[in-house]
Write a protein that binds this ligand. Structure first.
Ligand code: ZN
Length: 147
């Protein structure tokens, strides 16, 4: 295992064990639940948006290390982004999961999840929070499920 890969692995384990922004957000403007029945990952995403800018994102839930780590990294990445930047980030992340080349600078820390692309069964664990985010931003009433 290369040094970089090991570093990536460490970061995923760290975020999986002690997720950031793992709490309710009392003044959330958007709340959405997401579910990945394939793995059993469940999360509730809380988002506070003001003037088209994501001020804060928090979450609660249960799931595998990949789903928790991805959601944790996502909440950090979204803070201060406009809603269209947030959607663009989702696109970048999706490309990463497809194993495609992406602008690593734009992805920031999220690029540590590149290895997930090699495990198709885990991709849904990593994209659940993003689908939930998108539904939250759209204020969609449809349930979010990866199936
Ligand atoms: Zn999972």
């Amino acid at each position: 295992m290369s040094e970089l890969r090991e570093l990536y692995q460490q970061l995923i384990i760290d975020h999986g064990r002690s997720p950031r922004n793992f709490k309710q957000l009392p003044d959330a403007t958007h709340i959405k639940e997401g579910y990945n029945p394939l793995c059993g990952d469940e999360l509730t995403l809380y988002l506070r948006e003001e003037g088209g800018v994501v001020q804060e994102v928090c979450f609660e839930g249960e799931g595998c290390a990949i789903s928790i780590a991805t959601t944790s990294l996502m909440t950090e990445a979204l803070r201060g982004k406009t809603t269209s930047e947030a959607k663009a980030l989702f696109e970048d992340f999706h490309q990463l999961m497809m194993g495609h080349e992406v602008d690593e600078e734009r992805l920031g820390k999220l690029r540590v999840l590149a290895g997930v692309a090699e495990f198709p069964a885990r991709i849904k664990c990593a994209t659940l929070c993003w689908h939930t985010l998108l539904a939250a931003l759209k204020k969609s009433d449809d349930p979010v499920s990866t199936e």
